[in-house]
Design a protein around this ligand. Structure first.
Ligand SMILES: [Zn+2]
Ligand SMILES: [Zn+2]
Length: 435
């Protein structure tokens, strides 16, 4: 191995090639250099009229100065669902551009560990993920791939707090203070990283499928013919073809951002995808992906296998299935790295951090809210009381020599229904608090 390495050190790569990460120890891999274009030059966002900082303005649909009203339109091509994607080859990865294409700084949160990309010169005092103010600007090299496409923000920042307040006020079992005005002060507009995958899947399955068979048999003991049903098991197999288009996998690590809440923001309409230009990010935060392409594809494949399994089960003519097995072949896999617009806010209530997110394209709100548990227990008591009372009356009637059995029966039925409702209410409340 060492001898191999020595040999390579005397060899220079052809012009336009550079060494890239190698999967095999001791072997150096060269790939074509990334294309250099003018977008790689740092873009300045000082207003040409007055010199103030400009930023992308949702209503104006361009980079605007809030002091003198100067607006420059953004030159981005709307590509929608025909956005180009890339094969899984070393070449496409090595040729992809890196960084954001403009001067940006990294905001590091000491509390939750998240790294956020901020416009150069932006002042921020709190982390969008956890509301902590233990943040500091650090400079780390931009070594992540550059996004190729993004969906621009459509919901203006002014619309976020009223939407969130309406959402916070919903539901009766939350603390009354929640709908007040001190909890949510501001949302951070942030472009979040997503990988999209396209692939064709061919799944082969086999399973034992159970069918009900009714047969007549002679009961010798009772000396008569009877019918009985039994399950007959048959081995069956088949193939299912699936076309997976635009499967979204989050590039944010779940430790900083609740994926359960993020999933509730879907769908995003990818018909609005435009080519990436740093103009859209001027004045806005962004997050570079933390989940790499390889890891995201593993997550994507798990989701696709689940979809394929469901499709196989749909082909089976019976609900009784055992020994199911499936093998899935993936063909023509392609990927793309995009950004989607989300508003984030975190608030603290009694020491606990809660996240609220708004889909920056559709305005959908999702998040978690604290639960006033005394309200839940009171409600459960009220739901169980009628059944319990009826049983008690029934017992009393029986003791006094009356006919209490009807009251007892109805009481038990009411009580069981009450238990079912209470349990679902309890689960609902637990979910609301869950991260
Ligand atoms: Zn200006
Ligand atoms: Zn944080």
């Amino acid at each position: 191995m060492d001898r191999d390495l020595n040999q390579h050190t005397h060899w220079a790569p052809p012009e336009g090639f550079h060494p890239v990460d190698s999967q095999v120890p001791g072997v150096i891999v060269y790939a074509p250099m990334p294309e250099q274009t003018d977008i790689d030059r740092a873009v300045s966002y000082a207003c040409p009229n007055c010199g103030a900082n400009t930023g992308y303005n949702v209503a104006a649909g361009g980079v605007a100065c809030e002091y003198c009203g100067y607006v420059a339109p953004v030159n981005a091509e709307r590509v929608g669902r025909s956005a180009q994607d890339f094969e899984f080859t070393l070449e496409t990865l090595a040729q992809a551009r890196q960084g954001w294409g403009t001067q940006r700084q990294v905001l590091h949160c000491d509390s939750c560990g998240a790294d956020l990309s901020m416009p150069a010169g932006a002042l921020t005092t709190a982390c969008a993920f956890c509301a902590s103010n233990q943040v500091n600007i650090i400079s780390i090299p931009q070594e992540t791939l550059r996004p190729r496409f993004l969906v621009p923000f459509k919901i203006p920042p002014e619309a976020t707090v009223p939407r969130a307040k309406a959402w916070l006020g919903k539901g009766w079992y939350h603390p009354d203070a929640l709908a007040g005005n001190t909890i949510l002060r501001r949302f951070y507009g942030i472009y979040l990283p997503f990988w999209t995958f396209n692939t064709r899947v061919e799944a082969k399955w086999q399973a034992e499928v159970g069918y009900q068979k009714t047969e007549r048999h002679y009961n010798a003991h009772q000396k008569r013919w009877e019918t009985r049903t039994r399950t007959v098991w048959k081995w069956e197999n088949g193939r299912v073809h699936l076309n997976i288009e635009d499967l979204l996998v989050s590039g944010s690590a779940p430790k900083h951002l609740s994926h359960r809440i993020l999933n509730q923001l879907h769908p995003f309409h990818l018909g609005d995808l435009v080519t990436y230009t740093p103009d859209f990010l001027a004045g806005w935060q962004a997050q570079a992906y933390e989940t790499t392409l390889t890891d995201a594809w593993e997550i994507g494949k798990r989701t696709i296998r689940e979809k394929a399994k469901k499709a196989c089960y749909e082909r089976i003519q019976s609900n009784q299935v055992r020994n199911f097995s499936m093998s899935a072949d993936f063909n023509d896999e392609t990927w793309c790295y995009i950004l989607l617009p989300v508003y984030l806010a975190a608030y603290r209530y009694e020491g606990q951090v809660y996240q609220v997110m708004i889909n920056g394209q559709t305005g959908a709100v999702a998040g978690n809210k604290p639960v006033a548990w005394w309200k839940i227990w009171l409600a459960i008591a009220a739901i169980l009381a009628p059944g319990a009372l009826l049983v008690l009356i029934g017992l009393l009637l029986t003791l006094l020599g009356g006919v209490g059995i009807i009251a007892i029966t109805f009481g038990i039925i009411l009580f069981v229904i009450g238990v079912i409702i209470s349990f679902s209410l309890y689960q609902h409340a637990r979910k609301s608090e869950a991260q």
